[in-house]
Design a protein around this ligand. Structure first.
Ligand SMILES: Cc1cc2nc3c(=O)[nH]c(=O)nc-3n(C[C@H](O)[C@H](O)[C@H](O)COP(=O)(O)O)c2cc1C
Length: 587
């Protein structure tokens, strides 16, 4: 009944529709409630799939992607996989297989029969519970009963983190020693009760979970201290020493053959630096502005989803680390913590540090426009200083290594901390077009918008004409269109083709940046800054907030060192003449 849902927050209402376990009637009532909250804008018809191939020079061939252009009427909607950075495909694949039996059974169980389920011998499976493993969609099992604590954890006197870290699991062993009996159910509204789990399944799983926890704890205890880490690759290796195969795959995966991911790294090896000498570089200033925000360094955290897969504090680790080191954090539209919670953490950090940290929000144009519009409103209202509109994901990816892991039983709890959505958000919208920017600009209320995932010079020109603040050259870490040109190569090409344009609009790159010298090369060709995705995911996974800080310190040290060796004291002094490229791929 809608009356039971109304008092809940918008997030909680959305969760109810996404978990797929509320009765059909209640689900549609909830949906209409949500759509009343966020009226949909008109959606443009038709679809697009645009590929412009560029045959390049001797050693490199790239694809130039054109964002938000509807040139073909191919309707890719049906073919489109729902996977995105935010929904893990392996887990989703297995979900599809189970969807009918599990969801329908559960719907009967809860929606119509409620607590009678146990009497009828119907149980929620632990696998189903494990799907609700994120802050915004959190279920737990206590003494055989399943509860939805998505909203409750925010008010938990012992803090939200302990619940979020254990969402999707049987928490009886953690819960019982510190709470009187029935504390949880006495503090929850009746609709939070989801049903019962089979005691035999619980016992078998408890043994397996314990073994997995011991494995992770033992591997974590062997990690060298973060201060001994000297490079970003070393931190990645540390994280991979304990991450489950599916999580490690999720972070590292590329589309198809991974050419773009590999090229992202090697693009920087095609150029060499030409240092100047004999200049007093005792004082060096690496500060700049990123997305219009003062930054201690010319680097930022590129928005990347699902940080929680690697560490219970997920994105909050990144907020803390970025605040403490003075760099800008990009929050993913598919972050594992709700935007609200990340921004609450930002407020706490601002207060603790005494100055405002830089935070920007990444947006996907979603199929249901009302969804991203609500996110944008919230981001703008809560003070996000820029919007990064990701335009390289109008359809899903083809990450075959992830596909291969479908149904893997190697992990103790398949699907743990993965596959949170029964009703995946429609992040991929093949109908997106340039004209969608009109509405976005209106919602942004003057907050600058940057396009993320640009490759082609004509799109930079269009972005400028549309009054956007800038473009980020990126191939999404090689996770979308394989063989799409690297961000660094796009920057170089566009700089040579039209250096004036590069001064008229802010340009950034991401992809494969792992050393301070990579950063300097990008700056030489006019980038204001560079984003890093995977390194921050791995860093927070391995060492939490300390890992993020260590990553920034490593890069800072390398940037300062390279600036001195190049005889530059300020970012503006880094010029194209200081870089020589071995392959002029655009000729
Ligand atoms: C696991 C993972 C999740 C990502 N999620 C998002 C996302 O939600 N939105 C987005 O615009 N980009 C996302 N990205 C892309 C990054 O923002 C960035 O473009 C890319 O990671 C840069 O390459 P790098 O990992 O080599 O630094 C993701 C990347 C990874 C590795």
């Amino acid at each position: 009944m809608i009356t039971q849902i109304l008092p809940a927050s918008r997030t909680a209402a959305r969760n109810l529709t996404s978990v797929g376990l509320i009765s059909k009637a209640r689900k549609s009532a909830t949906r209409s409630y949500i759509s009343n909250l966020h009226p949909s804008s008109k959606r443009s018809p038709g679809g697009c799939l645009t590929i412009l191939a560029l045959t390049g020079g001797v050693l490199a061939i790239g694809l130039l992607t054109r964002p938000i252009v509807a040139e073909s009427q191919v309707n890719v909607e049906k073919e489109q996989r729902e996977d995105i950075d935010g929904v893990v495909s392996g887990a989703k694949g297995s979900k599809k297989q189970h969807k009918k039996s599990e969801v329908d059974a559960a719907e009967d169980l809860r929606g119509e029969h409620g607590p009678d389920a146990e009497v009828q011998g119907q149980y929620l499976s632990l696998k189903e519970v494990a799907r609700h493993n994120l802050s915004q969609d959190a279920w737990v099992v206590v003494e055989g009963k399943v509860f939805d604590v998505s909203d409750f954890h925010k008010y938990h006197p012992g803090g939200s983190a302990i619940i979020v870290a254990n969402a999707g699991r049987d928490v009886t062993e953690i819960f019982k020693p510190v709470h009187p009996p029935k504390t949880l159910e006495n503090n929850l509204p009746p609709e939070s009760f989801k049903g019962y789990v089979n005691p035999e399944e619980v016992a078998a799983s408890a043994t397996a979970v314990k073994a997995e926890q011991e494995r992770v704890a033992s591997a974590r205890s062997k990690l060298p201290p973060p201060e001994t880490m000297l490079g970003l690759d070393e931190i990645e290796e540390a994280a991979k020493s304990f991450l489950s195969p599916r999580v490690a795959n999720y972070y590292s995966a590329s589309s198809l053959d991974g050419y773009s991911t590999a090229e992202n790294r090697s693009a920087f090896r095609k150029c060499r630096l030409l240092p100047r000498i004999m200049k007093n570089v005792n004082t060096v200033a690496p500060q700049t502005t990123i997305f219009g925000i003062p930054s201690a360094l010319p680097i930022y955290v590129s928005p990347s989803s699902n940080a929680l897969l690697g560490h219970p504090d997920g994105e909050l680790n990144i907020t803390r680390g970025a605040a403490k080191t003075g760099i800008v954090q990009g929050i993913s539209a598919a972050a594992s913590f709700p935007l609200e919670e990340i921004l609450d953490e930002k407020d706490r950090m601002d207060e603790a540090i005494g100055e405002k940290m830089g935070i920007v929000y990444q947006v996907y144009l979603q199929k249901d426009r009302s969804k991203h519009e609500a996110q944008v409103r919230e981001a703008v209202e809560r003070g996000c200083q820029a919007l990064l509109l990701t335009v390289d994901s109008n359809v899903g990816d083809l990450r075959q290594s992830t596909e291969k892991l479908k149904g893997t039983t190697g992990d103790i709890q398949p699907g743990r901390r993965m596959d949170p959505f029964s009703d995946p958000p429609g992040y991929h919208d093949p109908t997106q077009e340039w004209k969608d920017l009109v509405k976005l600009k209106e919602l942004a209320q003057g907050v600058p918008i940057y396009l993320k995932g640009v490759c082609h010079i004509d799109d930079v020109r269009k972005a400028k004409e549309a009054g956007l603040a800038g473009c980020i050259f990126s191939n999404h870490g090689g996770r979308q269109l394989d063989q799409a040109r690297t961000g660094f190569d796009s920057l170089r090409q566009i700089y040579y083709e039209d250096p004036k344009l590069c001064k008229e609009i802010e340009l950034y790159i991401d992809g494969g940046v792992r050393r301070g010298t990579d950063v300097l090369q990008a700056l030489a060709f006019g980038a204001r800054g560079v984003g890093l995705g995977r390194p921050f995911l791995y860093a927070q996974a391995a060492y939490g907030e300390q890992g993020v800080i260590r990553t920034v310190r490593i890069l800072e040290n390398e940037i300062l060192n390279a600036m001195r060796l190049m005889s530059v004291t300020k970012i503006e002094e880094i010029k194209p003449s200081m870089v020589e490229c071995l392959q002029e791929i655009w000729k």
